[in-house]
Design a protein around this ligand. Structure first.
Ligand SMILES: [Cu+2]
Length: 264
């Protein structure tokens, strides 16, 4: 009887674990013979020139103007701060939970300007400046929602002290926009996925997504958009809805798939 009781308990515990796991769309498994997806996001043609954005507060520390980060094109046309991600992947490599995604308010800009993270993990917002920043995070349901579309406010947090860190668990999927209530020129975008298969492009427009279980996937590229639609009440440019492009990709065992995206 004792053994039977133990077995029943074990089965109940398993059922409980299974029940919890079923609530999530993504299962963490050991990936065997995983492949890699590498690629580049390129700007086609001559990139537009932007006027700098005026700083409306703390000019003695922040400077009078900042460069536009909506479109950063490097040598040979590579686009920085685009996001490449797999759509609808339901199992794969482990999610890193012990290291929060970092957004630093440094020299009066959010760094990085674009980041990705996994739902249920932490976002750490630091103020490295000796001036007050007030990070305001808004969540959009759709990754294609633009600046003017309403979102859900996730937090609104003043950080008057230098080196102050605020940690917040992000529990929703979608597109996060960070603004600063003190400095209207400050913007950062985050993409929150239920899996760890995403990457932000570097200065050369390159990205790499590794340890992907072999199979056929939809790879998407997101870019915040740089085409202005007007200005907000502070004179800051407003941009069109984010650009999202989808491509099919086949990942073979221990192979490397190459995918490129054009922006124009
Ligand atoms: Cu600020």
């Amino acid at each position: 009887m004792k053994r039977l009781f133990g077995t029943t308990l074990a089965i109940s515990a398993l059922a409980l674990v299974a029940g919890i796991t079923a609530a999530y769309a993504y299962d963490e498994v050991e990936v065997k013979d995983g492949g890699k997806i590498i690629g580049q996001v390129k700007f086609v043609g001559n990139p537009p020139k932007f006027d700098p954005i005026k700083v409306n507060k703390n000019q003695d520390y922040c400077g009078n103007e900042v460069q536009v980060e909506a479109l950063i094109v490097g040598k040979e046309g590579g686009v920085k701060f685009a996001v490449a991600y797999l759509e609808n992947i339901d199992k794969g490599k482990a999610i890193v939970r012990n290291k929060p995604a970092d957004v630093n308010q440094k020299k009066c800009i959010f760094a990085p300007h674009v980041f990705t993270m996994v739902k249920g993990t932490d976002l750490a917002t630091t103020n490295s400046d000796p001036v007050l920043h007030n990070a305001n995070m808004e969540m959009k349901k759709e990754v294609t929602d633009g600046d003017e579309t309403g979102g859900i406010q996730m937090f609104n947090f003043g950080q008057p002290k230098q080196n102050q860190v605020y940690i917040k668990k992000v529990r929703k999927l979608g597109q996060v926009k960070l603004t600063c209530d003190s400095h209207t020129h400050m913007r950062s975008y985050g993409m929150v996925f239920d899996h760890p298969y995403s990457a932000v492009t570097d200065e050369s427009g390159s990205f790499e997504i590794d340890n992907v279980p072999p199979g056929k996937y939809t790879l998407k590229m997101w870019h915040e958009n740089w085409k202005t639609t007007g200005n907000d009440e502070d004179g800051r440019p407003l941009y069109g809805k984010p650009v999202v492009v989808a491509k099919e990709v086949v990942v073979t065992a221990n192979g490397t798939a190459q995918v490129s995206f054009d922006l124009k």
